[in-house]
Design a protein. Sequence first.
Length: 255
Amino acid sequence: MTPTPLHHADHPGTAPALLLVHGWGGNGGDWDPTLPYWRHRVIVPDLRGHGRSPKPGEGYGARDFAADLAELLRGLDTGPVVAVGHSMGGQAVTALAVEHPELVRQLVVVDPAYGADEAEAARIPAEQEELRAEGPEWAARFVTGAFRPGLYDELRDRQRQLMTEMDTDVLVQCRNGMYLNPGAFGLRPATVTYLARRECPVLGVYATPGAAAFERGTLTDPRSRVTVFDGAGHYLHEERPREFVEVVEHWLPEA
């Protein structure tokens, strides 16, 4: 499949460059709260079908996103980057590290959309039917549940608005690409197999101890680390941007 050219922003800073990849239904603006705190050059794309990037009719799996990101990085001549991805973006940068290892020196996954257990796997087909029937309103409810009630209302409302502007078919295809399509690695058995192919050090930043424990069990590089943001929601990098950047920047020279 031909890679899709991605709309992106390129913020100057020191090497190595960081690639910041948003999650399902978001766009590059999801990373805006972190931008004042980075020391490094930061490249922030909109994934295909999201934001101001083109919307092809197909190709919404992690490897498709990774192919687009690889094309972007080669065009910018970045050399190996620190690839940072939130949620679905965590799948995308993981696939970038696995399928294009020469482009990724370190990997940061932020509450990534993989490792779904049996209970979650059982819910996904029915959720997909609900998403098809209700469209972006179903996705907007997902966003509401991803923030702690009464906190971060402005962030929540922005994410809800982005979801309501999304194409239903893109939302459905993205979730199929994460969990249901052949080759998807969002469900736990496939996750374990795919993550074993990572060759670079990994920093996992999580909102819940259970998911963090799963990530720890997949790590093989001694430089890898996992941390939990107690009390944070799924969009933890937006809720606590300074703390998030400090954690990443502190880890980079250690790894």
